[in-house]
Design a binder for this molecule. Structure first.
Ligand code: SF4
Length: 493
């Protein structure tokens, strides 16, 4: 799926947008360079902006932030020379709240009584507006429009004396999804929200005293810097990494884990292992389940690249139908290389995908994609495959119908713009012009993750965009800050 950047005027914005990526390193030579590499591996999680804050050996903080891609922002030796030090945190941004502007680029940094603190946040807070109103009434001056800044002000006004207690105090007041990395002059801190909606992993270089620690959104960022995967940070866990090693705290009590199931379907990089499960293999298993559930006679299975590829491989293997790259993706579609004239707008999807005619012509084609959001891209892809001579086009989707918006850090259109929120599968097939359309079932998706099916009392994952089962209250949206029923049950309340 991987949509074009929404900053492009001719982008129809038909898709989920990745959230953000975070990376932090403690006690390593060239920490900022490692952070830049880590952010580069996490580029798929956000392409609008990046930043790094590094702690120099003299104890001062140096920062560089920019709009654009990691390679463009940190490819300059002079920039990296200004970020010397053995510890650093970094952030890739896709704006889920706040406009795209330099003042919203993270890590955020502030000087407190206890010294400087840099914070990088992946996720979305669902009571940020309410908290912001209260903080502004107390005299807090916000510098950005990002929800993440409430962390900074909550830490600033906390009455606790040390930085970890202040951070916990702040985290207890926020609702929503967050994986955080924070750096002050005495420690690197990592934290995940009590339900663990967004990922965060721990890695390590070397062993024994003097070993360096890494925190990252995904294991692919550990691989690029040569760090060994240690474990996932657990839901509700805070880790404090300093010169004495690593301490872990769980200040929030017990709750059900609700890791974002869409990370497996689309967001995470296929070479990452999230929550102990390899993404690539999971996508193939989802494809296999999809084939079992919605088999149709065909000559060839074709993925919508890139994210549809592993599911299509799994589908083809299960169905015993040849897999072919019948659509080729242009990876070099730039942001501003062409004016958005009507003619260009009409070309639409062809700028990004083109049909590989010899693999399609005269054949019955099964197209496999990861999701349908508004349906505009699917319609154009089906049309393109028909124009390339396909006899039949059957669309298979490796996620259940997306009927609800995400409020936990993934940028989705409003519910009324989601095709599946307004049409049944038959109508959707007609709208996108496919001979048939099928989605994996909810139970099938859970089976691919090694479960017998979806357990409504304890799904174990966030699947709200398919079910509307929002486990974290949507306080800013509803005005009701009370906790959601699933959480009450989990906590025996
Ligand atoms: S609503 Fe969907 S995209 Fe958002 S966190 Fe939940 S599963 Fe992930």
């Amino acid at each position: 799926m991987q949509p074009l950047l929404s900053t492009q005027p001719w982008d129809e914005d038909d898709g989920f947008h990745e959230e953000c990526g975070v990376f932090g390193v403690w006690n390593a030579t060239d920490a900022a360079a490692l952070t830049a590499l880590g952010l580069h591996a996490l580029q798929h999680r956000g392409q609008e902006a990046s930043g790094i804050v590094a702690l120099s050996e003299k104890g001062s903080f140096n920062a560089h932030r920019g709009l654009g891609l990691v390679g463009d922002i940190f490819g300059d030796a002079k920039v990296m020379a200004g970020l010397k030090g053995r510890s650093a945190v970094g952030h890739n941004r896709y704006a889920t709240t706040g406009e795209t502007a330099l003042r919203n680029v993270q890590p955020l940094f502030a000087d407190f009584e206890f010294g400087g603190l840099a914070v990088a946040h992946n996720g979305n807070l669902t009571n940020a507006a309410q908290l912001k109103r209260a903080l502004v009434r107390r005299g807090c001056l916000f510098q950005s429009t990002t929800d993440s800044e409430v962390f900074v002000h909550l830490i600033a006004i906390s009455l606790y004396s040390n930085v970890v207690d202040r951070l916990i105090d702040a985290l207890k007041q926020v609702q929503g999804a967050y994986s955080l990395v924070a750096l002050h002059d005495g420690a690197l801190i990592g934290a995940r929200d009590p339900l663990g909606v967004r990922p965060l992993v721990l890695g390590r270089f070397g062993v024994g005293e003097g070993g360096a620690y890494v925190l990252a959104s995904e294991t692919c960022a550990l691989d690029i810097v040569g760090a060994e995967f240690v474990r996932d940070i657990e839901p509700g866990e805070i880790v404090i990494i300093d010169n004495d090693g690593l301490r872990s705290m769980k200040p929030f009590g017990r709750s059900q884990s609700r890791f974002c199931i869409f990370e497996y379907i689309y967001f995470a990089r296929p070479d990452s292992v999230v929550e102990g499960t390899p993404v690539y293999e999971t996508r193939k298993r989802i494809g296999g389940e999809l084939a079992r559930e919605s088999h149709v006679a065909a000559d060839v299975v074709v993925p919508v690249p890139d994210s549809g590829v592993p599911a299509a491989m799994g589908y083809a293997a299960e169905a015993g139908i040849p897999f072919e790259l019948g659509i080729i993706r242009n990876h070099y579609v730039g942001r501003t290389f062409i004016e958005p004239t009507d003619q260009i707008r009409h070309l639409g999807v062809k700028l990004k995908h083109s049909a590989n005619r010899p693999m399609i012509e005269g054949r019955r084609v099964i197209l496999v994609d990861d999701s349908i959001v508004r349906g505009t891209t699917s319609k154009k892809i089906v049309e393109m495959v028909r124009q390339a001579g396909a006899k039949e086009v059957h669309m298979r989707i490796s996620s259940p119908p997306t009927t609800h918006s995400c409020f936990y850090g993934i940028d989705t259109p409003e519910r009324e713009k989601l095709l599946a929120a307004n049409h049944d599968v038959e109508e959707m097939a007609r709208i996108i012009g496919a001979d048939s359309l099928a989605f994996i079932s909810l139970d099938g998706m859970y089976r691919a993750l090694g479960r017998p099916g979806r357990d409504a009392a304890n799904p174990g994952y966030c699947d709200a965009c398919f079910t509307g089962d929002y486990a974290i209250p949507l306080t800013d949206l509803t005005g009701h800050p009370e906790r959601a029923p699933a959480l009450l049950a989990a906590n025996g309340q």
